[in-house]
Design a protein around this ligand. Structure first.
Ligand code: MG
Length: 395
């Protein structure tokens, strides 16, 4: 058994113990702890940090912007190496002056990449010389997963059916507004797509598409009702996990530039571990986090200063009240208070801040029923604080 006096060199900011795993830091024993549907505490210092991304730049009428640093580039103005025909042959569309142009009659092109949930950026321009009308004017289309079409059309002073305008989820949902520029000018789509997810033949998430056209919201988290299409009504249905992005040849020499995407993290229904989770998924993630913290606690073992290990073990209990960790943490706390009680007054005086910090942690642990009550370490630190007058504001 560790000698209680080994707690003496307690030189530690007990509320800011940096973890050895992950990159997160922050306060501990602070926000509401994990619960049935949340694997993380509020303001959880163990929660993974967001990935750093260097943002891109916006496009101008004459020059495409720069994609963000983690984007997958599908077309940067140089060639069609990322694209092919439906038969897997090299794409025949024309590339010149940094843009690609539909070669009418050559057929749609599709990416060699296959992906599902994504943020997609794509810029397009219908021919400056206006020819045709309705659906015959500057028609092309962005087919997500090669299935549902976000319409590309010269909708500038061009009457057609509402669910066939630029910004429409074709055949399903008209755009909320028509923020189109004049023929020949560059237009910008920013699309967020979540495919439908089915399990055992039943939808667990219908899937959604959100579209900004020239920075204006035109599809607002619109539920996926199948691929849509011309004349026929489609119904919600399963999609595969991945598919190509396709661009339509509708017989008009519409142009495209600056095409990139970012794959999105899985939703909780697909194994994502952030945000609101099903109870089973939340507990699985909590157990995983608790195990990592227990391993970290083991690395903090130091007979000369056991408090960091003790606190890390208590921290693991927020995620999983694993019996062995509970017992070990409680024994360490018991030894700590024995040490405190054995200190001569002059040495105890030097422990004021540490005891107050630990008392706050012990209060947190009992408040959220992480440890069973009565919890003697809290009782002892509280009475010490009172007896020493450490709870009074200095004059
Ligand atoms: Mg079209």
């Amino acid at each position: 058994m560790t000698n209680p006096t080994s707690f003496l060199p307690l030189a530690l900011c007990v509320c800011c113990v940096a973890p050895a795993f992950g990159a997160s830091t922050g306060p501990r024993f602070y926000g509401d702890p994990p619960d049935e549907h949340h694997a993380w505490a509020v303001h959880d210092g163990n929660r993974p940090q967001p990935t750093s991304v260097v943002p891109g730049t916006f496009s101008s009428p004459i020059q495409p912007g720069r994609p963000p640093s983690d984007a997958v580039i599908l077309f940067d103005g140089t060639d069609l190496s990322k694209w092919q025909t439906d038969k897997g042959e090299p794409a025949k569309w024309v590339v010149r002056d940094g843009v690609m142009e539909v070669l009418p009659g050559s057929g749609q092109i599709r990416t060699r990449d296959r992906f599902g949930d994504c943020q997609l950026h794509i810029e397009w321009a219908t021919p400056a010389k206006v020819e045709g009308d309705g659906q015959g004017r500057g028609n092309s289309g962005v087919f997500l997963m090669g299935r549902l079409e976000i319409q590309v059309l010269d909708s500038y002073n061009n009457a057609t059916y509402a669910d066939g305008h630029a910004g429409a989820y074709y055949g399903i949902q008209p755009p909320l507004a028509l923020p189109v520029r004049a023929p020949g000018e560059w237009q910008v789509y920013d699309i967020v797509f979540r495919r439908p997810i089915y399990r055992d033949g039943k939808p667990v998430d219908l899937g959604y598409v959100t579209v900004f056209l020239n920075g204006v919201l035109v599809q607002d988290h619109t539920p996926i009702e199948g691929p849509g299409g011309h004349m026929g009504r489609t119904r919600p249905q399963p999609f595969p996990e991945r598919g190509p992005l396709a661009l339509q040849d509708h017989g008009n020499p519409t142009r495209f530039r600056n095409i990139w995407y970012r794959e999105l993290p899985p939703r909780s229904t697909e194994g994502g571990t952030d945000g609101w989770l099903a109870a089973e998924a939340a507990m699985a993630k909590r157990k995983e986090t608790a195990a990592a913290i227990r391993l970290d606690a083991e690395k903090l073992k130091d007979p000369e200063n056991p408090v960091p290990q003790m606190l890390r073990l208590f921290e693991s209990l927020l995620y999983e009240q694993e019996p062995a960790a509970m017992q070990e943490a409680q024994e360490m706390a018991a030894r700590y208070i024995q040490m405190l009680q054995a200190l001569p007054p002059d040495q105890l005086a030097g422990k004021r801040d540490q005891v107050r910090q630990l008392n706050d942690i012990f209060k947190y642990l009992t408040r959220f029923r992480i440890v069973p009550e009565p919890f003697e370490p809290r009782t002892v630190t509280e009475s010490l604080i009172k007896a020493q007058g450490w709870d009074k504001r200095p004059r």
